[in-house]
Design a protein around this ligand. Structure first.
Ligand code: TXA
Ligand code: MG
Length: 318
């Protein structure tokens, strides 16, 4: 199958309506989308990605009214989150209605649902009469794609079409929030900062699993990983230990002395964590494809999107 890249919503729509998977842009990372209500179509997603069936998919819709079609209820705090931050990088776990196939939720009784903030994909969703199940459009366990070209590089000839919406603006996946007894629990750190969530619904718990069979498999200990070895170092300690010319660096705003600059990628020269998050996965990819033998990433400040960056680096290093 030849894979085409383009900006034509009607082509994407045609393939999706015939049960084919299509690469779609969102504000976080590119997704590999299919009709969430069609089990045969959903099965293709698992096989194209080589994804285990125990790892459930996020369902994408274009409005809060649409969410109501697929879930039993939206608790008040969940509703607040959607009203305040959607479309945007937040995914909420809600009790599903029967019409969402068990295959999508890996047999769980809640479905992960979000409204992605990208004009092409929102328009596509409006034109479709079904929601889109979409994991990130990378082979299972590898770095998530933030451009249509990244998707092409990894999934060419496996899918017919990639809808090109340029580089994603947030760059890390959505924050995943669930509710237990009216308490919010963060299962995945992501593009929406905890600080912002707490401003709206109060204190949240963070429960990030690192087991090999977690509740949320995106939380597998090893995930989002380049094929080269990746280590994390405090900026201050990184200098003396690294002598070889074969090291690539993912830095924040300052170069590490003693390492060739051409092998160092600064995620944000002006020290902006949002800009750093946006550049993270492309940097991991480019060092993975370069001739360095090992990748060293500095530890980022543990605040705002720095938390999601540190989380992805940690999993990439496992
Ligand atoms: O930003 C994003 O969320 C991107 C874009 C494409 O929307 N999608 C994404 O999907 O990151 P994926 O499949 O790579 O990660 C989804 C995560 C997985 O860790 C999965 O286990 C978890 O969401 N998840 C999905 N449904 C779930 C459910 N019902 N209960 C608990 N976790 C769930
Ligand atoms: Mg993923």
């Amino acid at each position: 199958m030849k894979t085409e890249i383009g900006k034509d919503i009607s082509i994407a729509k045609k393939f999706l309506e015939s049960g084919e998977p299509v690469g779609i842009p969102t504000e976080t990372v590119y997704g590999l989308a299919t009709n969430a209500l069609n089990e045969d179509a959903v099965l293709k997603i698992f096989s194209v990605k080589n994804r285990p069936h125990f790892d459930p998919l996020i369902v994408h819709v274009f409005s809060i009214a649409e969410i109501e079609k697929y879930v039993e209820a939206i608790p008040a705090k969940a509703k607040l989150l959607f009203e305040k931050f959607s479309p945007g990088p937040v995914t909420v776990l809600l009790k599903k209605k029967k019409l969402i196939p068990d295959l999508v939720t890996s047999g769980l009784d809640s479905v992960a649902i979000r409204i992605p903030n990208h004009p092409l994909t929102l328009e596509l969703l409006k034109q479709l009469d079904f929601p889109l199940a979409a994991p990130s459009a990378n082979p299972f366990g590898y770095i998530s794609p933030t451009t249509a070209q990244h998707v092409f590089a990894q999934l060419q000839n496996k899918i017919p079409y990639i809808l090109d919406g340029s580089a994603t603006s947030v760059g890390v996946e959505s924050t995943i929030v669930g509710f237990e007894n009216n308490e919010a629990i963060i299962y995945r750190l992501g593009g929406l900062e905890i600080e912002e969530i707490e401003n709206v619904i109060g204190k949240v718990h963070v429960e990030l699993t690192e087991s090999s069979n977690p509740k949320t498999p995106g939380m597998l200990k090893s995930h989002y990983a380049p094929s080269k070895n990746l280590k994390i170092r405090e900026f201050e300690n990184s200098k003396m230990e690294m002598q070889t010319s074969k090291i690539g660096v993912i830095g924040f705003d300052k170069y590490i002395e003693g390492i060739e600059k051409k092998n160092q990628i600064l995620l944000s020269a002006k020290g902006d964590l949002n800009e750093a998050a946006k550049n993270l996965f492309a940097a991991m990819r480019s060092l993975d494809e370069s001739d360095v033998e090992e990748i060293v990433a500095v530890k980022f400040p543990d605040e705002g999107l720095g938390r999601a960056i540190n989380d992805r680096l940690k999993r990439a290093s496992s």
